[in-house]
Design a protein around this ligand. Structure first.
Ligand code: MN
Length: 584
């Protein structure tokens, strides 16, 4: 993404860059390390000489920003050097061979991992798929590759406004929303994830973004005022219990996650109980539970809303205690309680592990990552297993579903955590454990209760699979399994080898033209909720248009239900037409 320099704005020089770097990193770089970074800076400066970004900035400023962001995650000198060099090969101003010779194998490996595949050899979706494949192969070997990639993407998102083609903006933003933000999430890097989501949200669902922003910005000041009234009460009670909090602060929910939650709750704002939550950081785990007790002494907890992510961390490592209580004036209010370490991990995820650690490098390799994030290993073997005959579209599609959709975590009877996409069933669980267990599955117990093999699992469920010898998979399972891992294995066992059909036969995409009015989107999602339909996606494609087009993606039970849904939608005030975009 660059144009040729025509103006005379000065490019960033080494002295300024070195200063920025020192300001952002807590690491102390040796002379040797500094000279490596300096060489990389100088190499990149001359490689990108004359290039500008669409924003008009000299190109070197982009790679320098990425390097500084990497430094603020406490990454080491080699990774910072790779950040500086990360676009030189892609733009064909340098070769891998050259980088290797000048900067060594390790830097070259990192650069290669983040470089997109050749523009001339691959195009469009194929190029995206191939770049993903390459990145994931590198990730399993060294997690720094993906951290660099995320930092690079974040920087690109921040300057996306300057890209002149709206179509391209939208494509890059959707890719960010569907792959990079979930990837950051799975690495526990909450801060980057939130930033990526909110930046993409604006381009992918602009109408909804504007709406949410307006609503949230109107609601937040009042909520913050309310929370500020609570803080002294909490402090007093904690003082009585002799607990010394390190920090008590309000945190506002981000736009995109607010919107996602609204979609799940029929656009009902009343259900969003954590729009502003109170976050309490304490010294140790005992204090976390003591704070929880103190809060429950003050206010009555809401049933079913106490979540102990300390005893049972999320698969991405997230730890915290959450509770919602009927607070002042009976208002439901969420509290999040954690230690400083947990907090750092929630914001920086994988990066928190080398945060204060001088031996950062040893913690980035395959073994550590595999222990910490078993899904990285899964991802690699899944990728190998994924049929070579499948198209790039299918590869990317399954990647999004199997790895990056909303996740749940369930437990084996022994207490091992298994990480699955939302909507998974005991069959998905069984195949995840072992293909033999999947194929021989005969029944399932969820929380010790016999349950159908098609039951939808929820986080925290303990799942036990009952197997029977000589049992064979049933083709009916294909109607409800969620993961492509299970799907492929069932098909294989049944001897179904024809090219796979669209992943979900009941997936529907409707184009709805509406006369623009406040609340029309809510009415549409509300109508779908009446049929107990979960919406997979909503987008609207017109800015300030009197008759915007709203596209809704969801799944139906059968065609009959679809017809009824369509009839119902047509009755909504302002709806002009409802067209089925789904291919037969
Ligand atoms: Mn870049």
């Amino acid at each position: 993404m660059y144009v040729v320099n025509t103006s005379k704005d000065p490019s960033l020089g080494w002295t300024d860059f070195a200063q920025k770097l020192a300001a952002k990193s807590n690491r102390h770089f040796s002379d040797e390390e500094l000279s490596l970074i300096k060489n990389a800076f100088e190499y990149a400066s001359s490689a990108h000489e004359g290039q500008r970004r669409f924003s008009g900035e000299p190109y070197i400023n982009h790679v320098a920003d990425v390097a500084v962001d990497a430094a603020s995650l406490e990454l080491d000198a080699k990774t910072i050097s790779a950040a500086l060099l990360h676009d030189t090969v892609e733009d064909n101003v340098a070769t891998m061979h050259d980088i290797k010779k000048k900067f060594g194998d390790e830097v070259a490996f990192l650069v290669k991992g983040v470089t997109k595949v050749d523009k001339l050899k691959y195009h469009g979706v194929e190029r995206a798929a191939e770049s993903m494949r390459r990145m994931f192969l590198a990730v399993a070997e060294d997690i720094r590759v993906v951290v660099l990639k995320l930092v690079d993407r974040l920087n690109n998102m921040k300057t996306l406004y300057a890209l002149p083609q709206p179509e391209k903006q939208k494509r890059i933003a959707s890719e960010t929303l569907e792959i990079y933000a979930p990837l950051a999430d799975r690495l526990g890097m909450g801060e980057i994830k939130n930033e990526l989501e909110d930046l993409s949200f604006y381009y992918v669902y602009s109408k909804e973004y504007e709406w949410i922003k307006k609503e949230v910005d109107a609601k937040i000041p009042e909520r913050e005022k309310y929370i500020k009234k609570i803080i002294p009460i909490v402090k007093k009670e904690l003082g009585r219990e002799k607990i010394r909090p390190i920090e008590i602060a309000a945190r506002a929910k981000h736009y995109y996650s607010t919107w996602r939650k609204l979609l799940r709750y029929d656009m009902n704002w009343e259900k969003i109980l954590d729009l502003v939550a109170l976050r309490i950081i304490v010294a140790n785990v005992e204090d976390c539970y003591a704070v929880l007790g103190a809060i429950h002494k003050l206010w009555r907890p809401m049933p079913g809303r106490i979540k102990d992510y300390i005893a049972l961390p999320k698969p991405n490592g997230y730890q915290s205690l959450h509770t919602t209580v009927f607070c002042l004036d009976g208002q439901p209010t969420e509290f999040q309680i954690r230690t400083e370490n947990m907090h750092r991990e929630a914001e920086y995820g994988i990066a928190a592990h080398w945060f204060w650690d001088e031996t950062g490098k040893s913690k980035t390799g395959a073994e550590f990552v595999g222990q910490k994030f078993s899904w990285v290993k899964q991802l690699q073997s899944w990728q190998k297993e994924f049929g070579k005959g499948e198209s790039s579209e299918e590869f990317l599609e399954s990647l999004k579903i199997d790895f990056f959709r909303d996740r749940i975590f369930v437990l084996t009877p022994k207490g091992d955590v298994v990480d699955l996409p939302e909507g998974s069933t005991p069959i998905d669980f069984a195949y995840h454990i072992h293909s033999e267990i999947g194929s021989r599955a005969f029944g399932a117990k969820i929380n010790s209760k016999m349950s159908p093999l098609s039951a939808k699992l929820a986080s925290g469920d303990v799942v036990e699979i009952i197997t029977k010898k000589n049992k064979k998979p049933s083709s009916e399972w294909l109607n409800f399994v969620k993961t492509s891992q299970a799907r492929n294995k069932i098909k294989h066992a049944l001897g179904i080898t024809q090219p796979s059909q669209k992943i979900d036969e009941n997936a529907v995409e409707l184009d709805i033209v509406v006369k623009n009015r406040v609340g029309v989107l809510k009415d549409i999602t509300g109508a779908l909720a009446l049929f107990k339909i979960n919406i997979d996606g909503v987008s609207s494609a017109a800015d300030g248009n009197e008759f915007p087009l709203i596209t809704v993606k969801f799944r139906v039970k059968n065609r009959e239900q679809l017809e009824r849904v369509k009839t119902r939608l047509k009755k909504i005030k302002g709806v002009q037409s409802v067209a089925d975009k789904t291919k037969p």
